[in-house]
Design a protein around this ligand. Structure first.
Ligand SMILES: Cc1cc2nc3c(=O)[nH]c(=O)nc-3n(C[C@H](O)[C@H](O)[C@H](O)COP(=O)(O)OP(=O)(O)OC[C@H]3O[C@@H](n4cnc5c(N)ncnc54)[C@H](O)[C@@H]3O)c2cc1C
Length: 605
């Protein structure tokens, strides 16, 4: 075991989610919307990505952390050669076409498969994975751009490996995107000139032919807040109408941040229109910037949640391997006998506790992410985002996203501490990947909306504005699972735990509704807690469904599947006994919510 070969995938569990739980073979791949792949091709593709992640992506993991990025006077960013190697191998081997629609000659993989592949890429080297974002930006221009914009950008971005980034944040506009001051002045047609300073921009520049920045800026005289923002295609090098590359455009990287982790991913200050005019094209010739950017934001939120899931999963599997080798101390039951043999640390109850905590959460958070991805498959089958028939499932996807991003990123940071703990002092040194995992993962609770921004989005936009309908629909699915397992002795613990947890979270929401009548601050004070409890209830439900399927298959299972299914049942039991009961305390804390925190005088802090 070494940090260089750190990445441990869990393709078996990914396949279980995709084909044994969500049955995408019948429910997705059989549908004409996704006819380019059958179940066998899909499994082969994922096995191919797993190999690619292990043989190519993970080689960049250490260099991406330890080789500093460079910035020259012309605003060009240099990244480690190992990252460029991953980038070019990805395109050389044609993986960039996996998610691209058929009309662009891509394989049109459904979201379930795209996110499964992403899990393995981002888990093996997140920094390298992010440089591939240009592929998604090309898809966005293909979806939202005018015909002329599509002709100028989309195929070139894919064929010529152009980079892409999303440009929202400014020094005074972080969570409050609507406070952005970057401004845009109309020149002619869809051409505008932009001015302003953007901050913390991932992929702001790197060594590729062109970079396409999707920028939010406010047209002169535009309304304040997010409503007045428009979205612009701002290339590093101008793209002429015939598609040829023009002169340097005035979007310059003026600083590269020195971060706690994720060192290989360049996080840039981007200055627009200072050294020379910065031209951009108004996307789709409509002033609908925040709505358009939400296509990118939602994608990025899912990506961040899965990055956290993947990091916890590989951390768990590394900790497991270490715990099976490391010998230290006697069995607790024989501790008084000085001559008792020393045992491997996996034999110590506290280490087993941490391992099961990691295993059940890694599997549970993956289940949540891939269930969400499966809902995205169904949205596409029903006509896609905005289609009338897809509306209900689209809302379910919207409801689940803050759970994937907000909960998984927050919980993972604590879980990675446990994974490091299993290594003892060795976890704290660079010989093992744990310390880098923690540094590289922490950002997940911050970007794409901090945890609390996710909680507010969940409570106000996804639950209250919807009158609780979508959440109730999800609860009814859980009720059905409970009805199916009623009377089965083997699942009586699970039945009781989920029943109670559902009651707790429903009660929390009702209590909050009343308390918000007293003061909206209760939502601010209790929001994160409620977000986490609901995420855990959904995860508990999914793990119970996994355990039911595993229990059905166990009697006929052979070889490694016996341990796999046994482990799935153990994960659900652990979660039901150790995580879901915590919601009763959370309910009481919400019931007892007071405004004390808001009343303490600032000087008393
Ligand atoms: C490595 C990295 C990469 C990034 N990549 C990109 C990128 O590619 N493109 C891009 O546009 N941006 C990017 N960002 C910016 C990122 O999205 C912001 O940092 C994030 O949205 C938080 O904004 P902020 O840093 O200004 O924090 P602030 O908004 O100042 O938040 C500080 C604290 O206050 C809390 N807070 C803020 N507002 C509220 C509120 N209304 N109610 C309650 N609490 C609140 C927050 O939860 C947080 O705890 C990146 C940032 C980093 C660090």
């Amino acid at each position: 075991m070494s940090v260089a070969n750190h990445y441990k995938s869990n393709l078996r569990d990914i396949l279980f989610n995709l084909f044994e739980v969500n049955d995408i073979g019948s429910n997705v791949l059989n549908h004409p919307r996704f006819s380019t792949m059958d179940e066998d091709n899909a499994k082969d593709a994922l096995a191919g990505i797993e190999t690619f992640a292990q043989e190519v992506f993970q080689k960049a993991f250490v260099p991406s952390d330890r080789t500093p990025l460079t910035l020259d006077a012309e605003g060009n960013v240099g990244v480690p050669q190992e990252i460029l190697d991953v980038f070019h191998r990805f395109y050389d081997d044609g993986w960039h076409m996996f998610e691209v629609p058929e009309h662009l000659d891509g394989f049109n993989a459904p979201p379930s498969l795209v996110w499964s592949a992403f899990e393995m890429q981002v888990g093996s080297c997140a920094s390298a994975t992010f440089y591939l974002f240009g592929i998604y930006i090309a898809k966005i221009i293909d979806r939202l751009g005018t015909d002329s914009q599509k002709a100028r950008y989309v195929r070139q971005m894919l064929d010529k490996r152009w980079g892409g980034c999303m440009v929202l944040t400014e020094p005074d506009a972080g969570s409050d995107v609507g406070a952005g001051r970057a401004k845009a002045r109309h020149i002619e047609g869809d051409v505008w000139e932009l001015e302003g300073v953007k901050r913390f921009i991932t992929n702001g520049d790197f060594e590729t032919e062109n970079i396409v920045h999707l920028v939010l800026a406010r047209p002169e005289g535009g309304a304040s807040g997010t409503k007045g923002l428009s979205m612009f295609i701002v290339p590093k090098f101008w793209v002429n109408e015939d598609g040829s590359l023009g002169e340097r455009n005035g979007a310059f990287v003026t600083n590269v941040e020195k971060k706690m982790g994720l060192h290989g991913s360049c996080t840039c200050e981007l200055t627009l229109g200072d050294r020379m005019p910065c031209r951009g094209l108004l996307v789709g010739e409509v002033h609908d910037g925040i709505k358009q950017m939400f296509h990118v934001i939602e994608h990025a939120r899912m990506a961040v949640g899965i990055k956290s899931v993947s990091t916890v999963s590989t951390a768990y599997l590394n900790a497991l391997a270490y715990a099976k080798e490391r010998v230290q101390g006697p069995d607790l039951a024989k501790a008084m006998d000085k001559n008792s043999p020393r045992v491997r640390i996996i034999e110590h109850p506290d280490v087993r506790r941490m391992l099961l905590e990691l295993k059940s959460h890694a599997e549970g958070m993956r289940a949540l992410a891939l269930y969400t991805a499966y809902i995205q498959d169904q949205v596409q089958i029903l006509g896609g985002h905005g289609a009338t028939e897809a509306k209900a499932l689209d809302r379910l996807n919207d409801l689940l996203l803050p759970l994937v991003k907000g909960y998984a990123s927050h919980r993972s940071y604590a879980l990675l501490g446990d994974a490091l703990q299993i290594f003892g002092g060795s976890g704290y040194v660079r010989d093992y990947p744990m310390e880098q995992y923690i540094r590289d993962q922490k950002i997940d609770t911050l970007y794409e909306g901090t945890t609390h921004i996710q909680a507010l989005d969940f409570l106000f936009r996804k639950v209250m504005r919807d009158g609780g309908k979508t959440l109730m629909g999800l609860m009814m699915k859980m009720q059905k699972t409970l009805a199916d397992i009623k009377g089965l002795d083997a699942f009586s613990v699970e039945h009781a735990a989920l029943t109670r947890s559902m009651g707790d979270v429903q009660s929390m929401l009702m209590t909050l509704q009343k308390k918000v009548g007293e003061s909206i601050y209760h939502a601010g004070l209790q929001g994160n807690r409620i977000l986490f409890a609901i995420a855990e209830t959904v995860i508990g439900w999914l793990l119970i469904r996994h355990a039911q399927i595993a229990a059905e298959r166990l009697p006929d299972a052979k070889g490694r599947d016996v341990s796999f299914y046994t482990g799935k049942i153990a994960s659900a039991r652990w979660y039901c006994e150790n995580v879901l009961p915590g919601h009763t305390l959370t309910r009481k804390l919400v019931e007892n919510s007071t405004l004390q925190a808001t009343a303490v005088p600032e000087d008393a802090f």
